[in-house]
Design a protein. Structure first.
Length: 247
């Protein structure tokens, strides 16, 4: 069995990393490239960069950022936000991204997931699902779709997604723990890895998420003190979570 992964997530808006609570009241917390490099040095397994305003503002994703990150880090990283076509994804992969993440555009046109999987392979395609009350929301949490997150995750996996990045809007930024019930339901519905996102506040929260998901996304718990990732890894080992040896 693959070891659980710890994946810092850097939400990007206007060139800076931002963080809020339940997708609201965003505040600037740092530079994405500098933070990404710091997390890489601290032992992150992977990184995720998400342009949180790209879908709302209808613009392309972070091609320039991907190139800068690729020059500085050696761990895999995913870039998402504003990807509406294979060409959009291709620009990111050529810039150095290992994986691409699609969200709103895939909900609007599910065939995009299949097109991306055929072009890049399922291992490079992450379908991000934002869920509120168990239902899928898009465009930065501003639009309700009426679809159940579990159903959309199953369809996305069937269409070729290699991973599901599941964010609970209800838990996001609260530091009160992941939505384990939703995460467990999605993980049971798909044959691909699930990345739990939204709500990490303590090592115990992360350990609980890794009992039902294959990876944990980390944001608020780290951004104000990136070196926290080092001690977090030690705490998780103390809780019995097997992790790879940091480089």
């Amino acid at each position: 069995m693959p070891l659980p992964r710890l994946i810092p997530c850097l939400d990007v808006a206007a060139g800076s990393v931002v963080k809020g609570v339940r997708f609201q009241a965003l505040r600037v917390v740092g530079d994405p490239v500098e933070l990404g490099a710091a997390y890489s040095d601290a032992g992150a397994d992977e990184l995720v960069f998400l342009d949180v305003a790209a879908s709302v503002e209808e613009r392309r994703s972070l091609v320039e950022l991907a190139a800068r990150v690729a020059d500085l880090v050696s761990i895999p990283f995913t870039v998402g936000g504003g990807i509406r076509s294979v060409d959009d994804a291709d620009a990111l992969v050529r810039a150095g991204a290992d994986k691409v993440s699609v969200n709103s555009a895939a909900v609007a046109r599910p065939e995009l997931v299949t097109e991306l999987a055929r072009r890049f392979g399922s291992q490079a395609v992450v379908v991000a699902i934002d869920a509120a009350g168990g239902q899928v929301v898009t465009h930065g949490g501003t639009r309700r779709t009426g679809r159940l997150a579990v159903d959309w995750a199953a369809e996305a996996a069937a269409r070729g997604a290699g991973e599901i990045l599941l964010t609970s809007v209800d838990a996001d930024g609260t530091r009160e723990g992941y939505d384990l019930e939703l995460t467990r339901a999605v993980a049971a519905a798909v044959p691909v890895p699930v990345i739990a996102s939204g709500g990490a506040g303590t090592a115990a929260h992360v350990a609980a998420a890794l009992e039902v998901a294959q990876a944990a996304l980390l944001a608020s718990i780290l951004h104000e003190r990136p070196a926290r990732l080092i001690s977090l890894r030690d705490e998780l080992r103390g809780l019995g979570v097997p992790l790879r040896a940091a480089a």
